[in-house]
Unconditional design. Structure first.
Length: 414
């Protein structure tokens, strides 16, 4: 197992892994603010011994020409322990890598959180973990190289989150160190358990390799994980056209994605009604679909009317009452006319020519419940439309005698 005397300093590791002359530090000087004289003396001795101001260094460089963000620990600085200053430095580096769309390489070598700072130091592990989770959620690679030793809260948090995790040969890796285990339980830890090779044999790490082989492995992994054409891991979705490009419809309360109330003309959500032949007219320049009068289906020309806000004043064209638009979702097949999402619970309002039809007390939703045939305030004489016909006896009708909201031969089971 690698001993403390031949442990490689972190700056030498960075020089061995990154392209020559590409290292750029992101760190700002950290002042010593503790009032504890003993802890202050420990920090000053660690700074003198390592030439660093904290146990963590962050920055960026290039591996085979690719920009990579790097965070690494220096074990000779108070056993690589993570205090408040080191934790804040890690969080800033991870967030900067996420903002600049850079893959992130971590090389921890630490005994865990810094005990001189107590609970507030332990909380830093939560903040670092959240930052790395956001980095991965953005579709960016996170690679980890566990060095000797990596234990405690560092292994339990950002040391165990990599898409790909490699380890230094012979490295001690575990949550409890051997001396802590012996102090707690009065017996030595079983030999060979907390080694990189044993973790590889049990599938806890993906590879065990020396630092000189790390650049080639990292470069190959990033070639797979990064999509250079899109600028990040993953692909860029193709641009949408038509009504989907305008985003989700605003709800009745103005919030996005909430079900909207029926428009005065009976067309849900301002959608365009199918015209003759079952086709949908193209979208208007304002991003909304035009609506045509049902008379156009019989051959009479009618100008397209762009959907306006509810409650348009006098002088606006009389609102038509065409069949419901083509939708996807709900219980019907994708694209089946009249089968909208069940959360809308939209009632069908019409007035049969022979008088008002009895209204059902159950709200309508596709084929799961009857639809309401309650008359609306504006009658057929006002809108110039004819009553919808019942589907009694029609083949495939779910409820013979019910008032159907969809056009004939539409394939929608009411």
């Amino acid at each position: 197992m690698t001993g403390p005397s031949d442990r490689e300093p972190v700056l030498q590791l960075i020089e061995a892994v990154l392209d020559g002359g590409s290292w750029r530090t992101w760190d700002e000087p950290v002042p010593v603010t503790t009032r504890d004289p003993g802890y202050r003396a420990d920090l000053e001795r660690a700074r003198e011994r390592t030439g660093l101001d904290e146990s963590v260094i962050t920055g960026e460089g290039r591996i085979r020409g690719r920009r990579v963000a790097v965070v690494a620990c220096e074990f000779r600085f108070l056993a690589g322990s993570i205090g408040v200053a080191a934790g804040e430095r890690l969080v800033r580096a991870v967030e900067r890598a996420t903002a600049e769309r850079l893959p992130l390489l971590a090389a921890p070598a630490s005994g865990g959180t810094r005990m001189q700072e107590g609970t507030v130091a332990f909380v830093q592990m939560v903040k670092v973990t959240a930052a790395i989770a956001g980095h991965k959620a953005a579709g960016l690679p996170y690679l980890v190289y566990l060095r000797h030793p990596t234990t405690g809260g560092v292994l339990a948090s950002w040391g165990s989150l990599g898409h790909l995790t490699a380890a230094e040969p012979g490295a001690l890796i575990g949550f409890l160190g051997p001396r802590v285990h012996q102090a707690l339980y009065g017996e030595e830890f079983p030999p060979g358990v907390q080694t990189a090779e044993n973790l590889l044999a049990h599938g806890l790490v993906d590879a065990v390799l020396p630092a000189r082989e790390l650049p080639a492995v990292v470069a190959d992994a990033l070639d797979v994980l990064c999509d250079d054409t899109a600028g990040a891991a993953g692909t860029v979705p193709p641009p949408q056209s038509g009504p989907e490009a305008a985003g989700p419809a605003a709800g009745a309360d103005g919030g996005p994605g909430t079900p909207a109330a029926p428009s005065p003309a009976g067309v849900p959500d301002g959608g365009a009604a199918p015209v003759s032949g079952g086709t949908t007219p193209p979208a208007s320049p304002a991003g909304r679909e035009p609506r045509r009068d049902p008379a156009a289906a019989d051959g009479a020309p009618a100008p397209a009317v762009t959907e306006g806000p509810a409650g348009a004043g006098p002088g606006s064209p009389p609102p038509p009452s065409p069949p419901p638009p083509t939708r996807s979702g709900g219980h019907g097949a994708p694209g089946a006319p009249g089968c909208g999402p069940c959360s809308r619970r939209r009632a069908v309002r019409s007035r049969p020519s022979a008088g008002p039809a009895p209204a059902s007390t159950t709200p309508g939703c596709c084929s799961r419940s009857p639809v309401s045939a309650a008359p609306r305030a504006s009658s057929s004489a006002t809108t110039g439309t004819t009553a919808r016909r019942p589907r009694s006896g029609r083949a495939g009708c779910a409820r013979p005698g019910a008032v159907c909201a969809s056009p004939p031969n539409s394939g929608c089971r009411c």
